[in-house]
Design a protein around this ligand. Structure first.
Ligand SMILES: *[C@@H]1O[C@H](CO)[C@@H](O)[C@H](O)[C@H]1NC(C)=O
Ligand SMILES: *[C@@H]1O[C@H](CO)[C@@H](O)[C@H](O)[C@H]1NC(C)=O
Ligand SMILES: *[C@@H]1O[C@H](CO)[C@@H](O)[C@H](O)[C@H]1NC(C)=O
Ligand SMILES: *[C@@H]1O[C@H](CO)[C@@H](O)[C@H](O)[C@H]1NC(C)=O
Ligand SMILES: *[C@@H]1O[C@H](CO)[C@@H](O)[C@H](O)[C@H]1NC(C)=O
Ligand SMILES: *[C@@H]1O[C@H](CO)[C@@H](O)[C@H](O)[C@H]1NC(C)=O
Ligand SMILES: *[C@@H]1O[C@H](CO)[C@@H](O)[C@H](O)[C@H]1NC(C)=O
Length: 779
């Protein structure tokens, strides 16, 4: 037995060595934080090169294997290495870790495919962005001269959303460039898009050269996602933005229409994968993009990219780069992910990042189905529809060809419908398996005249509007049941789909999207995530003319504006809102802007009731964080929970591997670093409350000079919370006051529900209401 094991181990060791001569892979060699100021850029590159050279046979060999030397975001480089070289480097004293380059990052939207229980979303509908309410936007001069960097799939620069009409010359301090490439030259940048670059070496090391029919080797966007997020953050106001054959008219506008944009393309089409599955982004390329964004002088970086599962801090390249960004007061805003409704799914959990969930807006595209019995069911659609009269109505499950599996009968999968039974009829299909738009295509193929898509139970009331190929409408789960009941109840069911009309002030809004990723934060359960929620359902924004609205192989349409859903769409809303805050408060720290957005967020909907999820149940801070963002309130928050880069390093002494911060010569982790609860964060979570927990918070007065704030709280059932002191009396603006929060289980109440409970505490002075959410687990 022993011999077998020894032999096996021997083989394991041998295999990588044998493979090494042929198998060069890209690795990121990571030295920790930069010692900024001490080294000039060439010296950093020399330093990296000396390490690489030490494991390579020749200088030429080392030169040709170096992909990137990271000079700002992290101290490290990316190079093609054999496993043996990688392991040699990882044993060197100054090297913290050697991370394999991989493409496990993806843009967080636009998958047209959905699966039962997985619930990843995308969709197409209309929305007039109205987050920058006129007075705030005016006061912020529409974000004038704030620079937002977007790391995504590039941009379609000809979109009217990126016109620089009437904009001032580019600020002198700008250090970015306009990198030329395929179908992209320097005249594609202007006073609006002031920078554009692309990063492809990590991608090409795995997939080979970019296929020219699938993507542009340049900052130009072949996908649409990057154009969409960019215009959401800071697109110009464009009236008559019309998608899908001019069906609906409206104004498209980004959050900060006069902010400048710099494009960092790091996400690419994956060879031999359906385009609708979305782009992939390599960690080595993203680090290079963030490295440049930091050096170029952007103020905000918007990242609608994440992993499907949370990753620890030492492998979280977005988080590591954002840590460096926080040192230079650059705010990084990220999407939480589309892996809901399962718990513990959210990505981008670092506390120096704003993590954004997705919720609905108060605009719907009502397209009711009228049934012959007089009943009218409210559906939603954005597809043009000239159906004039009632047509026979059938349920897809009743008109299938033989051989379709029992559990797939209603799904309208390709080839499943019987044309002799479908011709001239309106067909009801259910959501679940297969792309929504493909279901409509199947109805069309079989000769149907219209298509009703009924939500599955997990979708509840969350209706996503798509660019269908025939007259169509989508029903909530409850209405889907009603239409099936009607079909059952009569011999000759008939129906008509009415053309869509835009309806504003729809209630309730917002509600949380089912797909939005949820807490608890598995990387650090003491930091409550996401931080905030913003519009991410049926969002209208600019689109790449090199891509069709659905990205399906059969779709050859081209549109200037498109409608999508995802936390990818929510993230740039917050980036745009933060740009307005930054324009008004240029000297606020990253933490201050974040605190202002969080403590002023709303936890009720437009009916004055608690924000719900897609099924109408109360949503929790694990879905919406502090609540729905309100930039108009955030501009004047009263108090802020500030934090410095130093505080984040101290936090990492406990939360991350110490090594992350040890190399910074002026900063040393204390022997007994504080719990991560001690970070001055505007919310908190306690993953297991068996005994009393006390931690300190400090607030800075940014409201009226003389003000007295009173503590109040609504803790979860079975939890007692106290603040000492419980009154904060400020004498001047800028003054900081500290208080201790004590949280304990109620001994008189035998609540042992083994669940998270949720609540909030707040400071009120009669004018400002500074609220912090909490999540507490009672074991
Ligand atoms: C180390 O960290 C401190 C605290 O954040 C910072 O002020 C300093 O610039 C850093 N030093 C180096 C060499 O990076
Ligand atoms: C950029 O490309 C466009 C279109 O091909 C061309 O008209 C223009 O002259 C080019 N500009 C520069 C600066 O090369
Ligand atoms: C490039 O992509 C097209 C379309 O997906 C495909 O037909 C072609 O074979 C690809 N070319 C290469 C060299 O892979
Ligand atoms: C349908 O049923 C088959 C056989 O019972 C099963 O293997 C398959 O996973 C089911 N599909 C779905 C989408 O539920
Ligand atoms: C319609 O009738 C079928 C067969 O009788 C039944 O299985 C199904 O549950 C009914 N659907 C509804 C929504 O009532
Ligand atoms: C509370 O109990 C849980 C499980 O019993 C344990 O893992 C955790 O460390 C305890 N927490 C504290 C603060 O003692
Ligand atoms: C909070 O508690 C700590 C530790 O008990 C104590 O040192 C500190 O003075 C307290 N702060 C306030 C504001 O009460």
């Amino acid at each position: 037995m022993k011999t077998t094991i020894a032999c096996f181990l021997f083989l394991l060791n041998l295999v990588p060595l044998l493979a090494s001569s042929v198998d060069n892979k890209v690795y990121i060699v990571y030295f920790g934080q930069h010692n900024n100021g001490a080294k000039i850029l060439q010296e950093i590159e020399k330093f990296h090169f000396s390490y690489l050279h030490s494991v390579k046979e020749s200088e030429e060999d080392a030169k040709s294997s170096l992909l990137y030397s990271y000079k700002h975001a992290i101290n490290g480089f990316a190079a093609k290495l054999t496993p043996a070289e990688a392991s040699k480097l990882s044993e060197m004293e100054e090297v913290l870790s050697v991370i394999p380059s991989h493409g496990q990052y993806s843009v967080q939207t636009t998958r047209s495919w959905e699966f039962v229980g997985l619930d990843e979303e995308d969709s197409h509908s209309w929305r007039k962005l109205k987050m920058g309410r006129e007075n705030l936007a005016l006061r912020a001069k529409y974000g004038k001269d704030v620079i937002i960097g977007l790391m995504d799939s590039g941009v379609w620069p000809e979109s009217p959303s990126f016109s620089d009409h009437g904009m001032d010359p580019i600020p002198k301090s700008w250090r970015g460039i306009c990198q030329e490439g395929v179908a992209f030259n320097s005249s594609n940048c202007n006073r609006k898009i002031i920078g554009a670059r692309y990063y492809v070496k990590g991608f090409e090391a795995q997939y080979g050269s970019v296929n020219a029919t699938e993507d542009f080797l340049s900052p130009r966007d072949a996908d649409g996602h990057g154009t969409h997020t960019t215009s959401t953050a800071a697109g110009r106001q464009v009236s008559d933005a019309a998608a899908f054959g001019g069906f609906a008219k409206g104004t498209a506008s980004g959050g900060a229409p006069l902010a400048r944009l710099s494009i960092y393309k790091a996400c690419w089409a994956v060879p031999n994968k359906p385009k609708a599955d979305g782009n992939t982004c390599f960690n080595s390329d993203m680090l290079a993009a963030l490295d440049d964004a930091i050096a170029d002088g952007v103020d905000i970086i918007s990242v609608s990219i994440g992993t499907e599962k949370p990753v620890p801090f030492q492998n979280d390249v977005i988080g590591l780069a954002a840590l460096e960004a926080s040192k230079r007061n650059i705010l990084v805003v990220c999407s939480a992910g589309n892996s809901g409704p399962a718990p513990g799914t959210l990505s981008n959990p670092a506390p120096w990042i704003i993590t954004v969930g997705a919720s609905s807006v108060d605009r719907i595209f009502t397209a009711p189905v009228k049934l012959h019995n007089g009943l009218s069911l409210q559906g939603q659609s954005v597809t043009p529809n000239k159906l004039k009269k009632m047509h026979p109505l059938v349920y897809a499950g009743d008109v299938i060809v033989p051989g379709v599996a029992q559990n797939l009968t209603g799904q309208c999968l390709p080839g499943s419908l019987d044309p002799t039974k479908v011709k001239g009829k309106i067909v009801v299909c259910t959501r679940g398996v297969g792309a929504r738009v493909s279901k409509g295509l199947e109805v069309k193929r079989a000769g149907g005249v219209g298509f009703v898509l009924a939500n599955a139970k997990t979708n509840g009331n969350e209706i996503t509007c798509d660019a269908h190929f025939l007259p169509a409408t989508t029903l909530s789960y409850d209405d889907g049941i009603k239409i099936l009941e009607y079909i059952n109840s009569t011999k000759n069911p008939m129906a008509k789909i009415n053309p869509a009309k835009t309806k504003l002030n729809y209630k309730p809004a917002p509600f949380m999207a089912g797909f939005t990723s949820r807490g608890p934060n598995v990387v650090d359960p003491y930091i409550l995530k996401p931080d905030i929620t913003a519009p991410g359902l049926n969002i209208l924004a600019a689109w790449s003319e090199a891509s069709s609205p659905t990205k399906l192989a059969d779709d050859h349409r081209s549109v200037k504006y498109n409608i999508l859903s995802g936390t990818s769409m929510a993230c740039p809303h917050v980036s745009g809102g933060a740009a307005l805050l930054k324009a008004i408060h240029p000297h606020w720290s990253v933490a201050a802007i974040k605190s202002a957005l969080m403590t002023t967020a709303a936890i009720t909907n437009n009916l004055g009731k608690p924000i719900t999820d897609a099924n109408g149940d109360d949503a929790t801070p694990f879905q919406f964080g502090s609540g729905h963002f309100r930039p108009t309130k955030a501009v004047d928050p009263g108090l802020i929970y500030d934090a410095t880069h130093n505080d984040y390093l101290l936090y990492l002494c406990t939360a991350g591997p110490n090594a992350l911060v040890e190399l910074n010569s002026t900063f040393k982790c204390p022997t007994n670093p504080p719990s991560t609860l001690a970070l001055n964060y505007p919310s908190f979570a306690i993953p297991s409350l068996n005994t009393t927990v006390t931690f300190m918070r400090t607030v800075t007065n940014v409201g009226r000079p003389k003000s007295i704030y009173f503590f109040s709280a609504k803790p979860p059932l079975g939890v007692h919370i106290e603040a000492t002191p419980s009154i904060l009396a400020f004498k001047r603006t800028g003054e900081k006051l500290s208080f201790n929060i004590t949280v304990s289980p109620k001994s008189d109440l035998m609540v042992k529900n083994s669940e998270y409970g949720f609540g909030w505490y707040s400071w009120d002075d009669g004018y400002y209401h500074v609220r912090s959410p909490m999540a507490v687990y009672l074991p």
